[in-house]
Design a protein around this ligand. Structure first.
Ligand code: PEP
Length: 256
């Protein structure tokens, strides 16, 4: 059985006191919520709040903390960067790698992302590796090609044992923060395509072990339909993860 995962990407939102309030509200609700116990829940705040979120997550079953990015280099003269080892030293467990905002605003390419994945794995951090196509790419019917390239260029150097440690997230760029969600059929099609790619390269076992999350305007209203798809193992949630009630509803949205 694959892990069912709901990860909340807070992006560059919330001042410190607001972040503390938010993680407080979420953890208070989750502590008293046995229905959520078996779901892996990940809160991914801005770097300065990681330690606080880690502390709050103690005592909540299957609640973990992640970072939104990490450096591709190990250490040294890289002003402004945060290394995988530093993230690990804060006791976080996950790192988003290849979010479309990093690919587009910060021009992170396949090789940068490959190095970041390696840096995470070296520190026993789990990369949540994001892939997805822009609206133009989908309109020109090249979305499978683009997603296949994102995966093969940054991940297919890994061994099967390493690949099994990853979490993948399919996030169509046209759906992120836009209120436009992929239909469950579009999500399932792409998730199935990704899983078939993994199977071809690494075999059935690996393909069946890796959780593939959907991201892109996933919310309290549409999560049930998306999570009902056989190849959708949960969600990477942006906007809705900043609203405790909605985040908890999404966590409750897996089929019984
Ligand atoms: C994201 O940025 O990973 C994301 C899915 O954002 P949103 O849910 O706001 O579309």
């Amino acid at each position: 059985m694959r892990n069912k995962i709901v990860a909340g990407n807070w992006k560059m939102n919330k001042l410190y006191s607001e972040a503390v309030e938010l993680v407080d509200e979420i953890t208070i609700q989750l502590k008293d919520d046995p229905k959520a116990d078996d779901i892996i829940k990940i809160i991914i705040p801005a770097f300065p709040y990681i330690r606080k979120v880690v502390r709050h997550s103690h005592g909540v079953k299957n609640l973990f903390t992640g970072a939104q990015n990490c450096a591709s280099e190990e250490s040294g003269a890289y002003t402004g960067e945060v290394s995988a080892a530093m993230i690990k030293s804060l006791e976080a467990n996950y790192v988003i790698v290849g979010h479309s905002e990093r690919r587009s605003y910060y021009k992170e390419n396949h090789l940068d992302l490959k190095k970041k994945v390696n840096a995470c794995l070296e520190q026993s951090l789990t990369p949540i590796f994001c892939v997805g196509e822009t609206k133009e790419i989908r309109q020109s019917n090249k979305h499978y090609e683009v997603v296949a390239e994102q995966i093969s260029e940054s991940l297919f150097h890994l061994s099967a044992a390493e690949f099994e440690k990853l979490v993948l997230a399919y996030e169509p760029v046209w759906a992120i923060g836009t209120g436009l969600t992929a239909t469950s059929a579009q999500a399932q099609e792409m998730h199935h395509f990704i899983r078939s790619m993994i199977e071809k390269n690494y075999g059935k076992d690996a393909a069946h072990k890796v959780s593939i999350l959907y991201g892109g305007s996933c919310n309290a209203k549409n999560a049930t339909e998306l999570f009902a798809c056989p190849d959708v193992d949960g969600g990477l949630i942006g906007g809705a993860s900043l609203v405790p009630k909605d985040f908890i509803t999404i966590i409750h949205s897996f089929p019984k």
